[in-house]
Design a protein around this ligand. Structure first.
Ligand SMILES: Cc1cc2nc3c(=O)[nH]c(=O)nc-3n(C[C@H](O)[C@H](O)[C@H](O)COP(=O)(O)OP(=O)(O)OC[C@H]3O[C@@H](n4cnc5c(N)ncnc54)[C@H](O)[C@@H]3O)c2cc1C
Ligand SMILES: *[C@@H]1O[C@H](CO)[C@@H](O)[C@H](O)[C@H]1NC(C)=O
Ligand SMILES: *[C@@H]1O[C@H](CO)[C@@H](O)[C@H](O)[C@H]1NC(C)=O
Ligand SMILES: *[C@@H]1O[C@H](CO)[C@@H](O)[C@H](O)[C@H]1NC(C)=O
Ligand SMILES: *[C@@H]1O[C@H](CO)[C@@H](O)[C@H](O)[C@H]1NC(C)=O
Ligand SMILES: *[C@@H]1O[C@H](CO)[C@@H](O)[C@H](O)[C@H]1NC(C)=O
Ligand SMILES: *[C@@H]1O[C@H](CO)[C@@H](O)[C@H](O)[C@H]1NC(C)=O
Length: 640
């Protein structure tokens, strides 16, 4: 009986997969039996229940289900997006309003009281489905700092195997390598499911931009991807080199897990709470301590019918709802800072003051220039909002991509960037990192900070200030592609924001997010200095050949006071890299999870997304989130 059953079921699976891949309709995936659309289709319990089918959630789901011995359920707020444009490198995030949550930041006092739309993905694949695909990694020092904050096993040497495990490298063709001087450290990659690739096209103007950095004395590291990420260098995109389309958590991890009988994905359902049982008879933890609280089930709501259901986990509930949503799911469950939970009239479960604080992101502004004598072709020719837009060239580029999978549309945001330590940009870094500024920082923290949070912040502040004085990690980044305007990104902020549930309607409203950009006085001072420094790049001889002209508004910002006014108007609080709201730190330093990623004082509950990152690294977050999630999966498997 059994072999026959297995045969039939394998046959059916193959048939289903074939049906799915042959059927190009946007609803084709629904034929795969284990994409669930309603609670009624689920089992009563799974070994692992993962909250959020975003970037980290899908990695962990794939790894926990791959040996077939454990059952895994992922509950995701969004849907699978099968539209082709999600895969196109050149359009990417811009066109995908449909795949984002719709909510805004609190008024930012230091950014002229403005509010900003928050960039958080609501789709299977999460941030990896909508991001700019740049797959850069931070410097070794960025990750060693995590370990220094009390997280043994989380330094760069510990993470490098997981950076490798998640990625496979494809170098650009020989001509491009030679023409543009692209160097990659092949030993920094493995045979993982995410394709790290260099597209077959780079814009010629990039060469002048690279040379301008060299004229300023900026070096190119040989091993940027294995920890030496300071200087001007190339970084791959998350691109499938067979088709030059987006390689992301859905295509790389979910698609290979989907046929497994022990893996289910429920879409279009919002997880509301985590439920705990409270008993003194739980099994001890691997470190031989016990807690009376064990996370045993979740409640979740159908976004259409609003029906609420429950599903339980035999082993662990794994939070992967991202930096904005993981903390509010804890708070809704009674885990967090009690005063906040009391005000929302939610029953107290566990006092963890670090839930929803310590929010960090990469604030940035666009350095706006025109190029009067740019080489042709250049990316401004494809930009409809640029006076240099060229319809003929645009049509050609579309045809190249559609008919031959090549040309400029294979390029995502960028593959080149300057990641600079502060001493490259500022002659005397001490003026910025001085003790005077430090003392003032105390007033910059949110009023809700408890003593343990303040102690934890002081540790972070010393760590960040010493990295700002160090040549071994970057303080600012300028990615560039030959376009006349480039973003100027601040990588090591000291300001700390908050995420909290709306006490008036905790189950109906999106998280309240306050980035508190520039609340720490060092941040504003630092941004003023890097703004001034960025001019030198445009003024370097190689760059002058492109005829750069600063737009009037930015050109007129000369004195520190004028620059400050400009920054308050032009800086954006987020590059989509938000981290830190369930930080991995010691409990008595404001941490939410320990180095085993388990929520303190609980059993059966861990967090695996960007919210656990205690200090934001000097890189975009995608590559780091893959590495963290791969390591998380190993930790969870090891204790099963
Ligand atoms: C616009 C944008 C551009 C970016 N550009 C780059 C880039 O070029 N390079 C780079 O490396 N990084 C980039 N990043 C950063 C990177 O993509 C993110 O840091 C990363 O994807 C975060 O992964 P995560 O797993 O922590 O969260 P996410 O991937 O956001 O996953 C969280 C998931 O949880 C779901 N969810 C939330 N609440 C609930 C709930 N209550 N119930 C069920 N599900 C829920 C969400 O729908 C989402 O799918 C960018 C990010 C954004 C937003
Ligand atoms: C956000 O708004 C867009 C545009 O109206 C919509 O398509 C999308 O579904 C909304 N997102 C969510 C999560 O509801
Ligand atoms: C921001 O709002 C505060 C409080 O309402 C006000 O005092 C301040 O002047 C405002 N700042 C700006 C730049 O408008
Ligand atoms: C837990 O206790 C067992 C049995 O006493 C012991 O062998 C083991 O080393 C302990 N583990 C830890 C992490 O302390
Ligand atoms: C769990 O039980 C312990 C006593 O066994 C009690 O002190 C604690 O308050 C309980 N916690 C919750 C959330 O009920
Ligand atoms: C537009 O692009 C085409 C094709 O690359 C080129 O031949 C033409 O000179 C461009 N036109 C302008 C006004 O730059
Ligand atoms: C044991 O691990 C749990 C869960 O990570 C943690 O809360 C607890 O503090 C640890 N206990 C000791 C004694 O290390």
């Amino acid at each position: 009986m059994e072999p026959f059953y297995v045969l039939i079921s394998t046959f059916l699976q193959v048939l289903l997969i074939l049906t799915c891949s042959v059927d190009a309709s946007p609803t084709g995936y629904r034929h795969i039996a284990n994409i669930k659309r309603s609670a009624a289709e689920l089992a009563e319990s799974y070994d692992y229940v993962i909250i959020g089918g975003g970037q980290s959630g899908l990695v962990v789901a794939d790894r926990l289900s791959e040996d077939g011995t454990k059952t895994v359920l992922v509950v995701e707020y969004g849907d699978i997006d099968n539209n082709k444009d999600i895969l196109l490198p050149s359009t990417g995030a811009a066109s995908l309003g449909r795949d984002f949550f719709n909510f805004s930041t609190a008024v930012n006092y230091h950014l002229n009281n403005k509010t900003f739309a928050i960039q958080a993905a609501a789709v299977v694949g999460g941030g990896s489905a909508v991001n700019g695909m740049l797959l850069d990694r931070g410097a070794a020092e960025d990750y060693d700092n995590w370990e220094k904050l009390g997280n043994p096993g989380w330094g760069f040497e510990d993470l490098l195997p997981y950076f490798r495990k998640s990625t496979t490298l494809t170098l650009p063709n020989k001509e491009l390598q030679q023409e543009f001087g692209i160097v990659e450290d092949e030993s920094a990659y493995g045979d993982g499911p995410i394709y790290a690739s260099y597209p077959p096209w780079q814009w010629p103007g990039t060469k002048a931009q690279v040379n301008a950095w060299k004229e300023l004395g900026v070096k190119s590291p040989a091993k940027a991807s294995s920890g030496d990420a300071v200087g001007v260098f190339w970084a791959p995109s998350a691109l499938d080199p067979r088709t030059w389309t987006r390689s992301y958590a859905k295509t790389a991890y979910h698609d290979r897990a989907a046929p497994r009988d022990n893996y289910d994905l429920l879409t279009k359902h919002e997880v509301l709470t985590i439920k705990f049982t409270n008993s003194s008879t739980h099994d001890p933890l691997p470190n031989n301590s016990t807690s009376t609280l064990r996370a045993t089930s979740i409640t979740f709501r159908n976004r259409g019918t609003r029906e609420v259901s429950t599903v339980s986990a035999n082993k662990e509930i794994i939070l992967a709802a991202g930096t904005f949503h993981s903390p509010i799911i804890l708070q809704r469950s009674g885990v967090g800072h009690f005063p906040l939970i009391d005000r929302a009239k939610i029953p107290r479960v566990l006092e963890v003051p670090g839930v929803g604080v310590n929010l960090q992101d990469h604030a940035y502004m666009t350095r706006q220039y025109d190029y009067n004598t740019n080489v042709s072709p250049n990316p401004d020719m494809l930009d409809r909002s640029s006076p240099k837009f060229n319809q003929t060239f645009y049509d050609w580029a579309q045809a190249e991509y559609t008919n031959h999978q090549r040309g400029p549309l294979t390029v995502a945001t960028a593959n080149t960037a300057a990641f600079l330590s502060l001493n490259t940009a500022v002659a005397n870094t001490d003026t910025i990192t001085s003790s005077t500024s430090r003392a003032r920082s105390q007033i910059s923290l949110p009023g809700t900070y408890t003593t343990s949070l303040r102690i934890g912040f002081n540790m972070q502040e010393s760590t960040v200030l010493s990295s700002l004085s160090s040549p071994a990690s970057a303080a600012l980044a300028i990615p560039f592609t030959g376009k006349s305007s480039s973003p100027l990104i601040m990588l090591k902020p000291l300001s700390r924001g908050t995420v909290s549930l709306d006490r008036a309607a905790p189950f109906e409203t999106p998280p309240l997010v306050d980035f508190r950009t520039f609340y720490h006085p060092v941040d504003l001072q630092l941004f003023i200095e890097i703004f001034k420094f960025s001019r030198k790049w445009f003024e370097a001889p190689a760059h002058r050949k492109l005829g750069p002209v600063e737009t009037a508004m930015q050109k007129n910002a000369v004195s520190d006071a004028q620059i400050e006014l400009l920054l308050r108007e032009k800086v954006l609080p987020s590059s989509g890299d938000a981290v830190g709201t369930c930080a991995m730190m010691p409990f008595n330093r404001g941490g939410v999870v320990g180095p085993d990623l388990r929520v303190y004082e609980t059993m059966g509950l861990s967090i695996v997304d960007a919210s656990i990152i205690p200090l934001i690294p000097g890189a975009h977050l995608g590559a780091t989130v893959y590495a963290v999630a791969e390591k998380a999966a190993d930790l969870i498997k090891a204790r099963a």
